[in-house]
Ligand binder design. Structure first.
Ligand code: RIB
Length: 312
């Protein structure tokens, strides 16, 4: 049977403007280009899982969109990547989610999300998600849909026998029960610090073991810290593993974390060892940051394999 991955989360149309530098509060800057690119953390993870998993993987997406042209476009983009979108339902209550994104010339971005229909994925919908979770090896979650829904769906996914991967993004404090429901927790530095009640900051890779241990003590079974250009650090209690980042020229880091999570899920669903899974995920994310946009930057599996061969 083909391995199954499921994603519960957001779908947004990203409005992307490239700028020479990010605007300060109250400032107007002139942008140099504008594109509408399919995004949303959930949809990005689903799109990337399908492209990285290839024909051998079944990927299902569950979420909410509005009745508008963005919804059609977002669903078509996922379908084209090979994602089963039959659990992406439309609501009349809100328009499809959008994100306004500025990307500067160093590849840094600022993102504001108007969640819209994503906030209409309600706890009452969790029961209907069970068939989506059935037979799934992993179910991927993020935090752009209501927290109560995420919590219920995490529980339901585990009851259906799947392992859960929780991306605690956008950064926020979470009740400990969320971390206990995560088989794999994948924060970046900011998200990790905020989960631990500390102010956001850049942390040296040497601090990663302490952060990962603290998060495991809060309940996460396995922690994979995403450290940007410092690579990633995995701690499952028995083993700690640091995988350095691949050096690349950064054009736009939007969705790199989403693509990392998809790569990790794909490789683990294929029962590859964790070292390989982390390298595969890092390579997929590294390729993505050399390109503009969220789903537009997702590499195909063959590209990641070629990249890894060249990297040695
Ligand atoms: O993680 C990147 C994503 O965050 C963007 O695609 C945007 O839609 C926001 O959800």
């Amino acid at each position: 049977m083909r391995p199954v991955l499921a994603v519960v989360g957001s779908l947004n149309m990203d409005f992307v403007v490239t700028v020479s530098r990010l605007p300060a509060p109250g400032e107007t800057v002139l942008g140099s280009g504008f594109q509408m690119i399919p995004g949303g953390k959930g949809a990005n993870q689903a799109c990337a899982a399908a492209r990285l998993g290839g024909a051998a993987m079944t990927v299902r997406m569950a979420g909410r969109v509005g009745y508008d042209v963005f919804a059609d476009h977002l669903k078509a983009s996922l379908s084209a990547a090979g994602v089963d979108v039959s659990a992406v339902h439309a609501t009349k209550a809100q328009p499809t989610g959008v994100a306004l994104i500025w990307v500067d010339r160093t590849g840094q971005n600022s993102i504001v999300v108007a969640s819209g229909a994503n906030h209409e994925l309600l706890p009452a919908d969790v029961g209907a998600l069970r068939p989506v979770f059935r037979d799934a090896r992993f179910v991927l979650f993020q935090l752009e849909t209501p927290l109560a829904t995420v919590r219920g769906a995490l529980e339901a996914a585990r009851q259906e026998g799947a392992q859960t991967i929780l991306d605690p993004a956008p950064a926020q404090r979470l009740p400990a029960e969320f971390l206990r429901l995560a088989d794999i927790l994948t924060p970046n530095e900011t998200e990790a610090l905020i989960l631990l009640g500390r102010p956001p900051a850049r942390v040296p890779a040497t601090e990663a073991p302490g952060l990962a241990r603290a998060l495991r003590e809060l309940g996460a079974a396995r922690v994979v810290l995403k450290l940007g250009d410092q690579g990633c650090f995995c701690d499952d209690g028995a083993r700690q593993l640091h995988v350095p980042a691949f050096p690349v020229e950064v054009r736009d880091s939007t969705a790199a974390g989403d693509i990392f999570n998809a790569g990790l899920a794909v490789a683990l669903a294929e029962e590859r060892p964790i070292e390989d899974a982390l390298r595969f995920a890092s390579a997929a994310a590294a390729i993505s940051v050399t390109r503009l946009g969220a789903q537009a930057s997702v590499p195909a599996r063959a590209e990641v394999e070629a990249f890894l061969q060249t990297a040695g």
